[in-house]
Design a protein around this ligand. Structure first.
Ligand code: TXA
Ligand code: MG
Length: 330
């Protein structure tokens, strides 16, 4: 697979590949996406195949502008417009009533379609260069850790013939996926997936913001209801291959049998074995950008287990804890 820079000449090659029906690794401000022409049913089916993603889990369609994104919906609730005007381009995905003429598989059988206008300048340039809306799930095989660098996309799909290449724009700014929200009616705004736009920030703009599920998949009732409304909210997700144990913030390091790797928020631990600290200055944004690459590094070492600590449950910390909780489900 090709490894393109974001120069206009190389972006033109990536855009050609997209127009011809191939898939391309696309940088965004959240994570790298595996992009393909959203208007072509065969291409959309290829995305599911290449990712080995179950066909009940719908995709996010990326558009260059608010008008184009809303043009993909049958209807735009007032709350959606308000959030889009405030947060687009940016790491927020809106679930809207779907336009019936778009490929069914995008929506995985639901009556809704998820859309987002990414803020990354290279994603914007690629969308404009190819002139298509792009369906793009995170560029990892289903259930794996999301990619925050072009090298991660190569690791995941380097041998996949349908993936023409990846556009390398360096590490992603947020390192966490977009926040996914839906509008079930009555002015409610329901957060299906916590992400790079924090709950607190959404609440400054909309009145009735409810979080489904959050970082507590042990709560079976919540998990089931979230799963029904947003099929991607599977309990085990974003998972390293190495078993992961998640501890409350401040809990003492357990005595470990076997080879253990450690993932802490801001403390450098006095332990044996490889250790990653998400942010020694205790900054949640820095922790978010480092989360998936730290997990990948530990996962590569062939350890018996990874022990991780929760981060403060506020702002981006909610989404970090959500991903760690999912990674810990066995
Ligand atoms: O930041 C992101 O959102 C990245 C970048 C590439 O844009 N994309 C991403 O896509 O994370 P993916 O496919 O890994 O996650 C999409 C999430 C899933 O949890 C899925 O279930 C949910 O969005 N979703 C998509 N369409 C939906 C719909 N119609 N109703 C409810 N949830 C939906
Ligand atoms: Mg994903």
């Amino acid at each position: 697979m090709e490894h393109w820079t974001s120069s206009p000449e190389e972006l033109a090659k990536a855009a050609d590949a997209l127009r011809s029906g191939a898939l391309v690794g696309m940088p965004t401000e959240t994570v790298y996406g595996l992009a393909g022409n959203a208007l072509d049913a065969e291409t959309v089916a290829t995305i599911f195949e290449v990712k080995r993603r179950p066909t009940f889990d719908p995709l996010i369609v990326h558009a260059a502008t608010l008008e184009e994104a809303f043009g993909l919906a049958a209807e735009v609730p007032a709350e959606a417009r308000m959030l889009a005007e405030r947060f687009w381009p940016g790491p927020l995905t809106l679930v809207l009533p779907r336009r019936p003429d778009l490929p069914d598989l995008l929506s995985a059988g639901l009556e809704t379609l998820a859309v987002r206008v990414p803020g990354h300048p290279v994603a914007q340039a690629l969308l404009k260069a190819c002139g298509l809306p792009l369906a793009a799930p995170s560029a990892n095989r289903f259930g794996h850790i999301s990619p925050t660098r072009a090298a991660h996309v190569l690791e995941e799909f380097g041998d996949a013939p349908d993936v023409a290449g990846v556009v390398d724009a360096g590490p992603c700014d947020y390192g966490l996926e977009s926040t996914v929200v839906g509008f079930p009616g009555g002015g409610r705004v329901v957060v299906y997936r916590l992400g790079a736009t924090p709950l607190e920030v959404l609440r400054e703009v909309a009145d009735q913001v409810e979080a489904v599920n959050a970082a507590h998949p042990e709560d079976e009732a919540d998990r089931v209801s979230a799963g029904e409304q947003s099929p991607g909210m599977l309990a085990r997700h974003y998972a390293p291959r190495t078993p992961l144990t998640l501890l409350e913030a401040g809990a003492e390091a357990p005595v470990s049998g076997g080879r253990t790797g450690w993932l802490s928020f801001d403390r450098v631990l006095e332990v044996d074995g490889p250790q990653e600290v998400l942010s020694t200055r205790g900054d949640l944004a820095q922790a978010a950008t480092r989360l998936f690459s730290c997990l990948r590094r530990l996962d590569r070492l062939g350890l018996d287990r990874i022990v991780a600590w929760k981060v403060p449950e506020e702002g981006l910390g909610r989404a970090i804890n959500d991903r760690l909780t999912r990674a810990a489900v066995s």
